[in-house]
Design a protein around this ligand. Structure first.
Ligand SMILES: Nc1ncnc2c1ncn2[C@@H]1O[C@H](COP(=O)(O)OP(=O)(O)OP(=O)(O)O)[C@@H](O)[C@H]1O
Length: 356
C-alpha cells in the first residue's frame, strides 16, 4: 500500500497531473503550479446519427472549434453537448471529449499517463459516477479520483472546509446548482437541483416567444442574460437589441428589450435556486446553522456572475452573501488543490487502474 503510494508519487514527476471541472457548459483543466491551462466549451461536433467526431482540418472538432458550429451546422453535422444537467448523457462522446482535452494538456504521446481529479455533481448516482471514472480511464488517465463539486468549489474559494466550523457554498453552473454546508472536510448537508444557467437561457427564449413572437437561439439567450440579465435591480436599467426569426412571418427581425423584463423572465429558475438554498439551511444542524450567521454564504459557478444574485440570496436567507473570486474557475482550481491533499479528504472515490 505504502509502496504503491510512493510509486505513484514517483510517477507523478513524469506526468502532468490535472484537476478537471467537467461541466455541462465548459470544461476547465487546472495543473498544479500552472493554474487553468484549458478552458473550452463542453461541445463535440459529430457526423449526424453517428458518434464519429468530426475534424476541422487537422484538429478534432471539440471545444471551441465545435462551439462555433453550434446552431450553424449543416444537415450532415450535429454539434452536441455530451453532458446534460451536469451528468454524462452520452458516454462515447464524453470519452472522446475528455480524451481530446487530456491529450491537449498532457501532450500527444506522454511518457506517463496522468492522475486526474474530476469534480462531479453531488447528486449523481453510483452508476453515473462509475461512468465518469470509466470515461476518464479510457480517455488516458492513469488514476482517476472523483470529488464532489461543492467540495471542490469550497476548496477553490479558500473556505476553511477542514475546520470545525460550517462553510456554505452555492455553486450555480450551467445544468445544476449545488448547495452544500461543509465542515471538517466533509459535506454535512447538501442539495442539488437540476436548475441553473441553462434554465435561465431557456426562460429568456420562452419570454421572447411569448412577448415578441420572436424565436432566438441558445447563444443569443445566453448573451442577453450576460449583457442585461439580473436577479435584482442595481439602480441602472439596460436595453439591448435582439435579432431572431419572426414566428409568424418566418423572416428575420430585430427588437429592443429591457433588463426589467428579463429580470421578470428569470424569476422562475431563480426561485427554484433560492428554494434549494433555504431548504438546505432548514435541514442544517443547529450548531452548523449558528456558524453560518458569522461565516455567511459563498456563491460560485458562472451563475454567481448574474447581477444582483448575491443580494437576492442574502435577502432570502438573512445571511451575508459574497461571490467567490473568479467564480467560473473556482471548481477547477479546487480540484487541483484536492489532488495535492488526497490523503486528507474523506471518502474519495477512485478508479482501480494504476498502470502507465
Ligand atoms: N456574466 C454572467 N452572468 C450570468 N451568467 C453567466 C455569466 N457568465 C457565465 N454565466 C453562465 O454560467 C453558466 C456556466 O457556468 P459554469 O461554467 O460554472 O457551469 P458548468 O460547470 O459548465 O456547469 P455544471 O456545473 O452544471 O456542470 C452558463 O449558464 C453561463 O451562461
Amino acid at each position: 500500500m505504502i509502496l504503491n503510494g510512493l510509486y505513484d508519487n514517483f510517477l507523478s514527476w513524469f506526468s502532468v497531473d490535472m484537476g478537471i471541472d467537467l461541466g455541462t457548459c465548459n470544461t476547465l483543466v487546472c495543473v498544479r503550479g500552472e493554474g487553468i491551462v484549458l478552458n473550452e466549451p463542453s461541445v463535440v461536433a459529430v457526423k449526424k446519427n453517428s458518434t464519429q467526431v468530426l475534424r476541422n482540418g487537422n484538429e478534432l472538432a471539440v471545444g471551441w472549434v465545435a462551439k462555433e458550429m453550434l446552431g450553424k451546422t449543416p444537415g450532415s453535422i450535429t454539434a452536441i453537448r455530451p453532458l446534460k444537467d451536469g451528468v454524462i448523457s452520452d458516454f462515447e462522446i464524453t470519452e472522446a471529449m475528455l480524451s481530446y482535452f487530456i491529450r491537449k494538456v498532457n501532450g500527444q504521446h506522454p511518457l506517463v499517463r496522468p492522475r486526474v481529479v474530476i469534480a462531479v455533481p453531488s447528486g449523481i448516482t453510483a452508476v453515473e459516477r462509475r461512468a465518469v471514472l470509466d470515461s476518464a480511464e479510457k480517455a488516458g488517465a492513469r488514476k482517476v479520483y472523483l470529488v464532489e463539486e461543492p467540495m471542490a468549489a469550497g476548496i477553490g474559494a479558500s473556505l476553511p472546509i477542514v475546520e470545525a466550523t460550517a462553510s456554505m457554498i452555492v455553486d450555480i453552473g450551467g445544468g445544476t446548482t449545488e448547495v452544500a454546508i461543509m465542515s471538517l472536510a466533509d459535506i454535512a448537508q447538501c442539495e442539488s437541483v437540476r436548475v441553473a444557467g441553462d434554465d435561465m437561457d431557456e426562460a429568456i427564449i420562452n419570454h421572447m416567444k411569448k412577448a415578441y413572437n420572436l424565436m432566438i437561439g441558445e447563444q443569443t439567450a445566453e448573451r442577453i442574460k450576460i449583457e442585461i440579465g439580473s436577479a435584482a435591480t442595481d439602480g441602472e436599467e439596460r436595453t439591448m437589441e435582439v435579432r431572431g426569426r419572426d414566428m409568424i412571418s418566418g423572416l428575420p427581425r430585430k427588437t429592443v428589450i429591457t433588463s426589467e423584463e428579463i429580470r421578470e423572465a428569470l424569476q422562475e429558475p431563480l426561485s427554484a435556486i433560492i428554494e434549494t438554498v433555504t431548504r438546505t439551511l432548514e435541514r442544517a444542524e443547529p450548531e452548523l446553522a449558528a456558524d453560518l450567521v458569522d461565516n455567511g454564504i459563498v456563491l460560485a459557478g458562472g451563475g454567481a456572475l448574474l447581477r444582483g444574485i448575491d443580494v437576492v440570496v442574502s435577502n432570502a436567507t438573512g445571511l451575508e452573501c459574497r461571490i467567490a473570486e473568479d467564480p467560473l474557475t473556482c471548481v477547477a482550481r479546487g480540484t487541483a488543490i484536492y489532488l495535492e491533499h488526497l490523503e486528507e479528504w474523506k471518502g474519495t472515490m477512485e478508479s482501480d487502474a494504476d498502470d502507465f
